[in-house]
Design a protein around this ligand. Sequence first.
Ligand SMILES: N=c1c2ncn([C@@H]3O[C@H](COP(=O)(O)OP(=O)(O)OP(=O)(O)O)[C@@H](O)[C@H]3O)c2ncn1[C@@H]1O[C@H](COP(=O)(O)O)[C@@H](O)[C@H]1O
Length: 114
Amino acid sequence: MTHPTDRVTLEDLAATVAERAAGGKPGEKPSYTRTLLEKGVVKCAQKLGEEAVETALAAVQDDSKAVVSEAADLLYHFAVLLHARGIALDDVYAELARRTAQSGLEEKAGRTAR
Ligand SMILES: N=c1c2ncn([C@@H]3O[C@H](COP(=O)(O)OP(=O)(O)OP(=O)(O)O)[C@@H](O)[C@H]3O)c2ncn1[C@@H]1O[C@H](COP(=O)(O)O)[C@@H](O)[C@H]1O
């Protein structure tokens, strides 16, 4: 897969994760992504949670460089977890699109009613 190295999108990450999940060449050392996926959804979820906490901590420590770095880790682990659960990015985008029809407060109220 090729993509410009100066801008990697969630779609690029999802494609890379899918590519790594499909495996490398025979005899090649398994990639970090594949190793993580082989550990299962619980491990992928744990990594996502860790990166979310690290991003939040960097934010309250007023360290913008660290926030950017942790946010990149977070987005990567988000892509891994979606893959582990077999969820397409488009499903998340469709949910976000559905919410554009209502305010954030309406969405929150609807969530407790569901
Ligand atoms: N964007 C990322 C990315 N962000 C973070 N990470 C990895 O996520 C891990 C972050 O977790 P930690 O900081 O807790 O580090 P750690 O203690 O080594 O992690 P664990 O041993 O607990 O898993 C590190 O190993 C990072 O290298 C990433 N690994 C891969 N990618 C992308 O995925 C592509 C494929 O990577 P491979 O699977 O390594 O080929 C790369 O080219 C990148 O584009």
